[in-house]
Design a protein around this ligand. Structure first.
Ligand code: PEP
Ligand code: MG
Length: 853
């Protein structure tokens, strides 16, 4: 069947436009020949340019995206182009183009001078409009295709005429913090469900209600008068819908502002510990790593990233941008889902709003335009984000300035997807600073240099999060869960951060700085006194000795732990070997690390925990399926049992290290310096299976037996401790997780963090049961969760019958000093009294040594 003859040609102001509907070329080459013959017949090219188009396909893929391909000739053959022209084949059945990509619109370009860029600019706009593309694939109207390829971008909504559409209503903004991204994205979501046009006017400024950035550019503050109007299909229905959406948010916005005001008022109250006298502005969070620190703040969200301009072919650049946007969209949706579950709809809204920001067609088009101008994709994206964010912040409105920060923040997420090397380059100032960030991934925190970061305050997170644990390891005073207000603090503002009480005091007076320094000096004196005694054993006055270890993840940290008084390593979290790099370490890599740990410890005990992936420790490169409730899903031992490819190399590496490092004089079995411990155990069959696997691998390697222990982190394991003890050599209680699971509080939940106290009597009773179960089988019990490093917590644990405490090395001197000043008989009585209390606050009130007690 002959293909229909094109009968449409665009007006002769731009390139000639030839459209053929319902084409059905047999192959990609046939499609290119067909398009080229249209151009040749119209006199746009010499036939030789068609051959040049085919040659181009051998050197690059001209698939642009979303079923659009742009065959064009080689640059050197441009002299075969007589007149700029486009030949468009509509291929409803699709044609395989490259590597499974299917083309439905073949846009063959014969371009002189800058016509090519103009066409691509239109196409980059068009390819973001999937609905329209879908229509173009099957339309019977050549004019519709021609229009899509000839019309230029509409004028930005915000510069539209200051007139209203047919139906309207007036409204006075009553959101206390103005129209910020969260409510604005709700407006947009609602408006997009309506076929009618909807517009919002404030004075002379007009915005399309379906365009988030345009809406935000109105900069609406509380009290501003606006007119919202609609026109088109079901305009009355649209107006009613948007009216309900706009006014329906008022109560929630007011309540959120009220909550923020109450939190601020609460934050101003006195705390047990250091208090300022001159009432500086206070941002309150939760203490995550103790210590007072004074310095300028640096907000990480505002960090500049240097993005190199590395041009690449537009087609691959467009694909990369598309993939980055899609992945970021998925991430934001997951984050929004997760946040909605944990904190509620209102807080999740910010991620939905961020998703809208990056879906903005103006932003994407701008990036594509920069790409077609020859810039690299990362550079083009970054420049587009900066340009849009600059426009938002240039309006001098604080609401918009915050949106600009949001746009930059989400823009950076996309950038990290485009090029992982551009991931959060922490461009810290030269002077030491208090770092403020929305949150930090454990690996980001691990990479902080304590010489440059003297304090850390995060908007999100909880005190048992890994960020907090790592900050303690690094000795950086830290506060978490300070709320989003932290991110609005001006860079360089002088501040005092109290990581013990979880407060950040802004622009303190000289007198308050002096008093903070004096307090710090006193604390330092006490710490120095404790440090002088740190090599002494943790032996109570009546002679009971508690073993103490450090929680250390790599051999470089061992000397510091030993220096702080550790007698060994009670917990090596091996997931950091996986988290800190972009791939899975090989068996040999792991062997080298475990061997180096044993070497650094010089015969002292080392307890290595096998991989505990899942929950808050996600390893991107393992591509594990996303779970609704990762803390209740396939994590720890559950994952190990399902993934022999991860567990077995690790066990082989461990047994090889055990084999090669047995001290010549060590008795067989128990006293080998290496112990292996399994995380997140819930049931006896899990332990039995894991033991069998360990034993098989041990025999294969011919290694000596090493003690095999389990972590008690789940109430089921604590309650069944006696049964568990039959099948393993020791326990180590992970109080961070045990608290989370006993109290049903996600350890990362910012709102509930103050209630997630490991000294809750319910947790203490579970620990007590664990000790009793272990005692029946004469098993050793350690604690390696955060509460082991709290001097009062350590006293209670010792009183409950714990044999060993393993903690962040910096906590060792304080814990040892406190135990040495105690009597075991008193600690036992104290621990039993603590178990009888009604809540954690009552337990803490038993601490007669607390600051201010
Ligand atoms: C714990 O849960 O207390 C523990 C030590 O393990 P992690 O913090 O690594 O989950
Ligand atoms: Mg744990």
């Amino acid at each position: 069947m002959l293909a229909p003859t094109p009968n449409f040609s665009a007006p002769r102001t731009g390139p000639r436009l030839l459209v053929r509907l319902n084409a059905a070329p047999a192959s990609k080459e046939a499609a290119i020949r067909e398009a080229a013959s249209l151009l040749t017949a119209a006199g746009c090219i010499d036939a030789a340019y068609g051959a040049s188009m085919l040659r181009r396909e051998d050197v690059s893929n001209t698939y642009l995206g979303h079923g659009v391909v742009i065959p064009h000739g080689m640059v050197d053959d441009r002299h075969w182009v007589r007149e700029s022209g486009l030949a468009v084949l509509q291929v409803p059945g699709g044609i395989e183009w490259h590597d499974g990509q299917v083309a439905h619109l073949v846009v063959a370009i014969a371009a002189q001078s800058d016509t090519h860029i103009t066409v691509l600019r239109r196409l980059t706009r068009l390819i973001q409009d999937e609905d329209r593309l879908e229509r173009l694939r099957s339309t019977a109207s050549e004019a519709e295709i021609a229009r899509a390829l000839t019309e230029d971008s509409a004028a930005p909504a915000s510069t539209g005429p200051a007139t209203d559409l047919r139906q309207r209503f007036d409204w006075t903004v009553d959101y206390p913090t103005g129209l910020h991204a969260r409510p604005a994205s709700h407006w947009v979501e609602t408006a997009r469900t309506c076929p009618a046009r909807i517009q919002v006017r404030h004075g002379d400024a007009v915005a399309d209600a379906k365009n988030l950035i345009a809406l935000l550019q109105l900069g609406l503050r509380c009290g501003d008068e606006v007119t919202i109007s609609a026109e088109g299909d079901d305009e009355a229905g649209a107006l009613a819908k948007i009216c309900a959406a706009v006014t329906g948010l008022s109560a929630g916005e007011k309540a959120a502002a009220q909550r923020a005001a109450e939190a601020a008022a609460k934050a101003a109250g006195p705390v047990a510990g250091w208090n300022p006298s001159d009432k500086p502005r206070v941002m309150a969070g939760l203490g995550a790593s103790p210590g007072l620190t004074i310095g300028p703040v640096h907000v990480l969200a505002a960090a500049e990233i240097v993005v190199p301009d590395e041009p690449e072919p537009l087609t691959s650049g467009a694909d990369r941008l598309h993939r980055a946007l899609a992945t970021t969209g998925d991430q934001l949706r997951a984050l929004a889902d997760d946040t909605e579950r944990r904190l509620g709809k209102a807080d999740a809204g910010i991620f939905k709003a961020q998703g809208e920001l990056i879906a903005d067609t103006d932003l994407i088009t701008l990036a594509c335009q920069l790409m077609v101008e020859g810039h690299g994709v990362a550079f083009a994206w970054n420049a587009a984000v900066e340009r849009m964010a600059g426009q938002l912040s240039a309006l001098g409105n604080p609401v918009l300035a915050a949106r600009a920060a949001d746009l930059r923040d989400v823009g950076r997420r996309v950038l990290a997807q485009i090029d992982p090397a551009l991931k959060s380059g922490h461009d810290l100032p030269d002077v030491p600073c208090i770092l403020i960030a929305p949150d930090l991934a454990p690996s980001d925190t691990a990479g902080l240099d304590p010489a440059r970061v003297i304090g850390l305050a995060t908007a999100q997170g909880g005190p048992t999060s890994h960020t907090a644990i790592l900050a303690r390891t690094l000795g950086i005073p830290a506060m978490v869960a300070g709320g989003p207000g932290l991110l609005a603090i001006e860079n360089h503002t002088r501040a005092i951060l109290d990581g013990t009480t979880g407060r950040l005091y802004l622009s303190p007076s000289e007198a308050d700085i002096a008093s903070a320094e004096a307090w710090r000096a006193k604390q330092r004196e006490q710490a120095e006194a404790e440090a002088r005694e740190r090599a002494q054993p943790a032996q109570t006055r009546d002679g009971h000795r508690v073993a103490v270890g450090g929680n250390v993840n790599n051999p470089d940290q061992v000397p510091l732990a030993l220096d702080q008084g550790a007698e060994g390593v009670g917990l090596m979290r091996t997931e950091f070997l996986f988290l800190e790099r972009g791939d899975t370490p090989s068996e040999d890599d792991q062997y080298a690390t475990y061997s180096a740990m044993l070497k650094a410890l010089g015969g002292r005990p080392l307890i290595v925990r096998t991989l505990d992936i899942g929950g808050d420790k996600q390893v991107a490169h393992l591509h594990l399926p996303r779970e609704e409730n990762p803390f209740l899903g396939v994590r720890g031992a559950r994952l190990l049992l399902r993934r022999p490819d991860l567990m077995e190399p690790q066990l082989r590496a461990l047994y090889r290290a055990a084999k090669d490092h047995v001290p010549a004089d060590a008795p067989k079995g128990k006293d080998a310096p290496l112990s292996i411990m399994m995380p997140m155990i819930t049931s006896v069959p899990e332990v039995v299976k894991l033991r069998e696997i360990c034993e098989r691998i041990r025999q294969e390697i011919g290694a000596p037996e090493v003690p095999l222990g389990i972590m008690i982190e789940v109430p089921a394991a604590a309650i069944q401790a006696d049964a568990m003890a039959r099948h393993c050599d020791f326990f180590s209680i992970g109080t961070n997780d045990l608290t989370q699971y006993a109290l049903a509080i996600d350890r990362q939940n910012t709102d509930l963090a103050p209630e997630a106290d490991s000294l809750h009597p319910a947790v203490l009773r579970l620990i007590h049961m664990t000790c009793e179960g272990a005692a029946r089988h004469n098993r050793f019990v350690g604690v390696c969760g955060g509460i082991a490093g709290d001097p009062f917590g350590a006293c209670l644990l010792a009183g409950l019958g714990i044999d060993e405490l393993s903690m962040t090395p910096r906590d060792l001197p304080g814990v040892k000093a406190r135990l040495r000043a105690s009597d075991m008989a008193e600690l036992k009585a104290l621990a039993l009294r603590a178990c009888e209390q009604e809540d954690a606050a009552a337990v803490r009130a038993l601490d007669t040594n607390a600051p201010g007690a």
